[in-house]
Design a protein around this ligand. Structure first.
Ligand code: NMX
Ligand code: MLT
Length: 439
């Protein structure tokens, strides 16, 4: 079967049965305790969401539908043998849990091309913003303008039966994924290249065409873009952008509204904006103390950053407790293609120097680098040097994960999300009454 929608339609009854069976068999089983620390500590570790597309192990890192990054690189179709996987293959994998054939990936790639036309008013909305507006602000404004195209919103208004919600959500999701590269490239060319827009090349795959519209035609930049757009797709459901899409979608807000909300979370410096912050910080290091620095000088600089009450961007993670495998695969790309780049050498030195300093400080739970510690250095090597744009690339990729899950949220009929909040007084009274019971 080469059509993704038909494949999902075939899976829906079986997945609904699975949900029903889990509910009836295990519905009352406790998944763990919730402590006061968890409730006031960013809900860390609370198991509170179904998320099928990927799962994060603190020690091993992400698995997309059970597959590690090296397995995906090996098993998912690429443009050439041994090359990077095509993000379209990731999309198929995330949406179905199955490794697609070359033909399925090709069909999906063509389907996305056929959906990619953006209505003119979207560009008018973006053009109404000053060019100085952050690229992420321009992205979400563009996505909000695209919301006029929502098939789900129209169908809902027309009285769609709830068993069919997933169908227009699928259409919206695919249309949005298809349109994001042109929208994102428009924003890049508008802000940084004097509005000199480059048209799509229909002979190229999703990632290569995106790079082409941005203005990059180097084959290695195309490979980098395939890798980049693949590894940023998904990071289970609890991260700010994914959780936001899921939460907003649970109110039956359409995929455009839900995704735009998630992107506003990705635009935060502790989340996706960290990739911009990393490059800016490395550039500050180089301009303050030079690129040929000793490890001692670098250590002093890191202490200076920490003393000023700032974080070292690109290090740490809320869940991971080892180096992010997304960092490792980017490092492998750099070792293969740009081993002598001075900025890459700086990133390598930081890999050596930052973790022991964070560990010695005694409060950071994970001193190791995350995905954002590496991506900017690769992009700047191939000429994409405007770091304020980097989070947009993250956002284009993240659409594939969060929207795949959103389709399943609606197919499974998951309810509106509404966890319980508490006041200080409530927490204190609750804890006192428990103490009373155990005394
Ligand atoms: N530099 C300095 N301090 C840090 C760092 C860091 N890289 N990471 C954590 N800490 C601090 C943190 O601010 C907190 O301090 P305080 O108690 O004074 O509030 C303390 O260490 C404990 O935090 P953790 O429990 O280790 O981390 P948490 O789960 O709260 O936050 C991050 C996770 C990712 C937000 C945090 O590690 C961080 O701010 N890292 C730098 C920004 C970054 O790279 N974000 C990108 C994450 C990946 N992504 O793309 O989303
Ligand atoms: C992500 O990719 O979403 C980040 O690593 C943040 C997270 O998982 O919390």
């Amino acid at each position: 079967m080469q059509d993704l929608r038909a494949k999902i339609a075939e899976m829906v009854p079986e997945e609904r049965e699975k949900l029903k069976a889990i509910k009836s068999k295990y519905g009352k089983v406790s998944l763990g305790e919730t402590t006061v620390d968890m409730a006031i500590g960013g809900m860390r570790g609370i198991k509170g969401m179904l998320w099928e597309t990927s799962l994060l192990d603190p020690e091993e890192g992400i698995r997309f539908r059970g597959m590690s990054i090296p397995e995906c690189q090996k098993k998912l179709p690429g443009v050439k043998p041994g090359g990077e996987p095509l993000p379209e293959g990731f999309l198929w994998l995330l949406a179905t849990g199955e490794v697609p054939t070359k033909e399925q990936v090709q069909a999906l790639s063509e389907d996305l091309k056929s959906r990619s036309k953006i209505p003119g008013h979207v560009f008018d909305v973006i053009n109404a913003l000053p060019k100085t507006a952050h690229p992420m602000t321009q992205l979400t404004a563009g996505v909000m303008a695209l919301q006029t195209e929502s098939e789900f919103a129209k169908a809902y208004e027309g009285g769609l039966h709830k068993s069919k919600y997933w169908e227009p959500v699928y259409e919206d999701s695919m249309n949005l994924i298809a349109r994001l590269p042109e929208l994102a490239a428009y924003i890049y060319r508008r802000i940084y290249k004097g509005g000199d827009v480059i048209g799509a090349d229909s002979s190229l795959d999703y990632a290569a065409n995106f790079a082409h519209m941005l203005g990059f035609d180097d084959e290695l930049m195309h490979e980098l873009m395939r890798l980049y757009l693949s590894i940023h797709t998904d990071h289970e459901g609890g991260n700010v952008s994914a959780h936001t899409v899921h939460l907003v979608g649970s109110a039956l807000s359409d995929p455009y509204l839900s995704y735009a909300a998630g992107m506003n979370g990705l635009a935060g410096p502790l989340h996706g904006l960290a990739n911009q912050e990393v490059l800016r910080w490395i550039q500050d290091v180089v301009s303050d103390i030079g690129s040929e620095v000793s490890l001692e000088q670098l250590k002093d600089y890191i202490h200076k950053t920490l003393k000023s009450g700032r974080v070292v961007p690109g290090f740490g993670h809320a869940v991971l407790r080892k180096t992010d495998p997304r960092y490792i695969c980017q490092r492998e790309f750099a070792l293969k293609h740009l081993p002598d780049d001075p900025m890459f050498k700086m990133v390598s030195k930081l890999f050596e120097v930052v973790p022991p300093i964070l560990l010695a400080g005694g409060k950071v739970k994970n001193p190791w680098p995350n995905v954002d510690a590496h991506s900017g250095v690769l992009l700047q090597y191939y000429g994409l040097k405007e770091q304020n744009y980097y989070t947009v690339l993250f956002g284009v990729s993240r659409a594939m994960g969060v929207l795949s899950q959103l389709i399943w949220d609606r197919a499974l009929g998951l309810p509106i999300e509404r966890p319980k909040s508490m006041t200080f007084e409530y927490i204190e009274n609750f804890c006192k009454s428990k103490e009373g019971m155990t005394a």
